[in-house]
Design a binder for this molecule. Sequence first.
Ligand SMILES: O=C(O)CCC(=O)CC(=O)O
Length: 263
Amino acid sequence: MMVENNGVRLNVQVDGAQGPDAPTVVFANSLGTNLHLWDPIMDLLPAGPRYIRWDKRGHGASDVPPAPYSMGALIADAEAVCDALAVRDCVFVGLSVGGMIAQGLAVKRMDIVRAMVLSNTGAKLGTPKLWNDRIAAVRSQGMAALADGIMERWFGPAFRKSPAVAPWKDMLLNTDPEGYAGVCGAIAGTDFITPTSGLRLPTMGIAGSDDGSTPPDLVRETVDLIPGSDFHIIRRAGHLPCVEQPQEYVDLLAGFLTRTGTI
Ligand SMILES: O=C(O)CCC(=O)CC(=O)O
């Protein structure tokens, strides 16, 4: 289905239970990926909840407005998706920039987010210079010039050398450079350290031992801003542990859904 936010159409997929009465888990994906990032875990997730995911603006089958995007716009997109599907009290799982969206949405809409999973993310990612250099590179050279470096940060060495890496590299290469640059702009302008420090909700952090984008210490420092949070490292995984170690990822999610009374 398509959901519109301020003239931008967002591609949304709902799996599992249908309808707002079921406990709901919402997934927000990372830069250069689309909602199929979550495909490897979908069949492993516990039955019962409604599972919602969408393509961020500029990614997948969603519209590609001109770059740059603001983090406020990405959060408003998440809000529009959740409101269109009458989501209340969900568990919001955000990976990387998706985890920034989780933090921003939790600050803005506690009625939507009851608990969150901050996966491979931070309250602040990199520096404005890093993102502005990335925008300049994608604009002048396209996605292909960035792809090998990104694969090194996304995946551990064994996965990177295996044939399994090909569809994920294709997903990146098929990302619209305008959409990619747009989301880089949103990350460049975001520092959630102060707002996230004020959050009080059940939170679990997940990191990948080989993550070259958001290393374990960054994820740990971020979830430590929220009292009572817990933190887990998945071994033999990089920036996208839901792809590299799907069963371990689901085991952590299922444990969190149980602890938060979602299932
Ligand atoms: O993955 C994200 O959403 C942002 C972090 C990043 O830069 C990933 C990468 O290394 O390309």
